[in-house]
Ligand binder design. Structure first.
Ligand code: PLP
Length: 394
């Protein structure tokens, strides 16, 4: 496959001025991910700072209530800062430091990636500026405060719709100007090459651990892997180590946000309602109208609410290696409640999409079948939002 491409997807659709920065990053990625001292340092941070390996947990009461397959949860919710995003942020921050950069920049929508990047910057003594749309800053004021506590500067973006895509544009502009001192920490397996590969590399720790853990606990590979798909980093992190031919009997399912149903601008299910297009640096499935205008999206969960999807997922979709489905806001909200009640685990609303699909699938399977659900994050951040939806206001 052509470098930087997954089939016809991926690539580098950026202004000329960004190419040297991406080349430098690609070079560093290739060098340091073969460098023993770098990898040892990353391992130490994963173990003692992030808290890896995260457990693979057999959700017994939850499984029994569904009456079918055994459901295991890969507990990324237990990782430091409460989600898988820290795996990527710490890895990229370490790479930036190895490259001699003094400053990190990032974009954030709901604030989760901004918090993860600010955390990694504090850990490694780097400066940090996080670009965020002013509308998102109002909606996520707690995360804005959290980033400031961690020593980051939050840069308000009041261009465009004042949301994530506008913040990405501003972060790219900053990077073009300050590339000598600055690394851009992209938050998911998306964007121009090498980001989709770099982020996958950093998140694959999820699947590598899960594979060893299920072999240890059950003596065999799982029948199903389920993960939610926003940009696609937690899903590709779980799936990738299972993708080689020997494991072809492992069924993999990516779950997108079906929102209020598959009508334009009421969901973020790119494979159900999208077509091929170029957006923010790469070619992938994209929610767009006939003229190629990017459509707005809706999801109860901010982390899944994006118009495009990581290019490797588009490739895996087309070759039929991974199947993609969606669950609605209501189904995700029911799964959020269900996991809390049956296991004492409140999932992130993003992760609740994966849980919701397991609720549909498990009862159709024999009790000998094994499902691994990636619990990408914890739901503490969503409790107030869910309370408001239920009509409870504090
Ligand atoms: C951001 C986020 C996601 C979605 O991002 P991916 O790159 O698709 O993994 C999923 N779950 C949680 C908890 C998140 O914070």
């Amino acid at each position: 496959m052509k470098e930087g491409y997954f089939g016809v997807y991926g690539g580098r659709f950026v202004p000329e001025t960004l190419v040297p920065a991406l080349d430098e990053l690609d070079e560093a990625y290739k060098t340091y991910f073969k460098d023993k001292a770098f990898l040892d340092e990353l391992d130490i941070l994963r173990k003692y700072y992030i808290g890896r390996p995260t457990p693979l947990y057999y959700a017994k009461r939850f499984s029994e209530s569904l009456g079918g397959a055994k459901v295991y949860l890969k507990r990324e919710d237990i990782a430091h800062t409460g989600a898988h995003k820290i795996n990527n942020a710490v890895g990229q921050a370490l790479l930036a430091k190895a490259m001699g950069k003094k400053r990190l920049i990032a974009e954030t929508g709901a604030g989760q990636h901004g918090v993860a990047t600010a955390t990694a910057a504090a850990l490694l003594g780097l400066e940090c500026d996080v670009y965020m749309g002013t509308l998102d800053m109002k909606r996520q004021s707690l995360n804005v405060f959290r980033m400031k506590l961690l020593g980051a500067r939050v840069v308000a973006v009041d261009t465009g719709a004042q949301i994530l895509k506008d913040a990405i544009n501003e972060a790219l502009r900053d990077w073009t100007t300050n590339v000598k001192t600055t690394h851009y920490v992209l938050g998911t397996a998306f964007g121009p090459h090498p980001y989709p590969s770099l982020v996958r590399e950093l998140q694959s720790v999820i699947g590598i651990e899960a594979k060893a853990q299920i072999l240890d606990m059950e003596g065999r590979l799982p029948n199903y892997l389920i993960a939610c798909v926003g940009g696609g980093s937690n899903a590709i992190g779980l799936f990738h180590p299972f993708l080689d031919d020997l494991d072809s009997r492992v069924n993999m399912i990516g779950v997108e946000a079906g929102g209020l149903g598959i009508e334009p601008e009421r969901h973020a299910a790119r494979f159900a309602g999208g077509s091929i297009g170029v957006f923010q640096g790469c070619k992938s499935y994209l929610l767009q109208d006939e003229d190629g205008n990017v459509l707005n999206t809706h999801s109860v969960s901010a982390g899944l609410d994006y118009s495009s999807v990581g290019p490797e997922h588009s490739y895996l979709h087309d070759i039929g290696k991974v199947s993609y489905t969606y669950v609605t806001d209501d189904e995700a909200l029911r799964a959020f409640d269900e996991l809390a009640l049956k296991e004492g685990i409140i999932p992130a609303l993003e992760s609740a999409h994966a849980v919701a699909h397991a609720i549909k699938l498990a009862p159709t399977l024999a009790s000998t079948q094994l499902i691994v659900v990636n619990l990408s994050g914890r739901g503490d951040k969503d409790v107030q939002h869910v309370a408001n939806i239920k009509g409870v206001h504090f």
